[in-house]
Ligand binder design. Structure first.
Ligand code: NAP
Length: 408
């Protein structure tokens, strides 16, 4: 049986430890190139002697953290069972391979939830087995995959997970006939949207939105990037960018990359040049090239915040994995709509979406939906064309001073 299919007998203590390891994993940073991983070390008779989780790229992996925790408490780790949410890596990155650490520690058994799909890091189970360790995979796999959904998608497909946010009137418009667009959705909806920014690696808009709305694309409204997303079934809402990017209030978290797509320049005085995440300007209309460039930068989760031209391009490319549609109870009757031509000429060809959640946010409604059919999006992204010249013009992670609430 392939390692990826196996679930052999585990003890009740191991199952409970896996649930605990999943809790520990969720303490790790939601953002960043590395997966969230938790680990619990058990004695042969099922007592917990160590716990650990990965705190982000460059820090100890969960297994190493758990071994350190056990040793610090004076426990003998030889013969222990490591219960870990992701297959131990067999790869030297900024830290050494977990397989080496587990073997050096004399761990006798490894129980893991999810096989590591990363060709560079995978193969840990095989290595451990070859060294005589008893390895069981696939334990609580569904829970493990749910926790790592966007990371797994990015590693398996070679391109980031894409969330598209729209904020519209009941009749699907993003601005009135005269172009006024602040604000269609409520303060609550915009605050909700900032919580999504806090869990993504990059926020993307087109040059049209930059020129029309001068968005800052920072994480505000008290959203906290370091905070895991427990209790947020949809991993957040979306809003902002363009018409809905307001000056918020509250604590400011380190911001995700701010990405502008399109040939026109970002004006010198634009708020995007101010404090916030690194600004990356990609002078292209090629959606695959944008995603390839972001993947190369370690981006696992992208939030596309519009406007309509860019939203349509991502939809036409079939790369939108989740749609966050905020709908405000207002009718405009005229003005631009959220999405342009998708190449659909007859109803039978219209791509259908499957609603995952609906939620009232203040006076507005958030609909979270995914393509009803798998999007043709799992193909690897192409090489970045040499003509693409990303330009980083602000350093990442600068603090953003609280801005006055501009909600009228
Ligand atoms: N309610 C909302 O959710 C929301 C969100 C954002 C914006 N908006 C509103 O949307 C309006 C701006 O709309 P917009 O459509 O101009 O904004 P946009 O989609 O942000 O920008 C469009 C521009 O991006 C460039 N571009 C990048 N990729 C492209 C591609 N694949 N195909 C074609 N062009 C591409 C083009 O400019 P270049 O010539 O520079 O290449 C294009 O004109 C504003 O009124 C804003 O308030 C609303």
């Amino acid at each position: 049986m392939a390692a990826s299919d196996e679930v052999r007998a585990t003890t009740p203590a191991e199952d409970a430890a896996m649930l605990r390891a999943l809790e520990l994993a969720a303490r790790g940073p939601v953002r960043g190139p590395n997966p969230r991983v938790g680990c619990v070390l058990l004695t042969r008779d099922g007592r917990t002697i160590g716990e650990g989780w990965h705190r982000g790229a460059g820090t100890a992996h969960a297994e190493v953290a758990a071994l350190g925790d056990a040793r610090a408490a004076g426990h003998d780790v030889r013969g222990a069972t490591a219960v870990v949410t992701l297959e131990p890596c067999d790869h030297t990155g900024r830290t050494g391979p977990c397989t080496h650490a587990l073997l050096a520690a004399g761990v006798a058994r490894v129980v893991h939830a999810v096989d590591d799909p990363d060709p560079a890091a995978g193969g840990g189970a095989r290595r451990l087995r070859a060294a005589g360790v008893d390895v069981v995979g696939g334990v609580r796999r569904a829970e493990g995959e749910a926790l790592l959904e966007t990371w797994l998608h990015a590693v398996r497909s070679g391109r980031p997970w894409v969330t598209l946010k729209t904020a519209t009137s009941l009749d699907g418009r993003v601005a009135a006939a005269d172009g006024t667009s602040r604000w269609i959705t409520s303060t609550e909806a915009r605050a909700d949207a900032h919580r999504t920014r806090a869990v993504v690696d990059a926020v993307v808009v087109g040059t049209g939105t930059v020129l029309a709305d001068d968005p800052a694309l920072t994480v505000r409204h008290g959203a906290d990037a370091a905070r895991p997303t427990e209790g947020r079934a949809d991993q957040g809402g979306a809003d902002q960018g363009g018409a809905e990017d307001d000056a918020g209030q509250g604590a400011v978290a380190p911001a995700p990359l701010r990405v502008v797509v399109g040939h026109r320049a970002v004006p010198d005085g634009a708020r995007l040049h101010g404090p916030g995440g690194e600004l990356v300007h990609l002078r292209t209309h090629d959606v695959d090239a944008v995603l390839a460039e972001l993947a190369a930068r370690g981006v696992r989760h992208v939030l596309v915040e519009g406007g309509p031209t860019l939203a349509s391009a991502f939809l036409r490319a079939g790369v939108v994995d989740e749609l966050h549609a905020y709908v405000a109870p207002v009718l405009l009757g005229a003005g631009p709509i959220a999405v342009g031509d998708l190449g659909v000429t007859t109803l039978a060809d219209a791509p259908r979406w499957s609603v995952r959640t609906t939620r009232q946010v203040g006076p507005d409604v958030l609909v979270v939906a995914r393509p009803a059919r798998p999007a043709p999006s799992t193909r690897p992204t192409r090489e970045v064309p040499p003509s693409l010249s990303p330009g980083a013009v602000t350093p990442p992670g600068d603090p953003v001073p609280p801005e006055p609430a501009s909600e009228a």
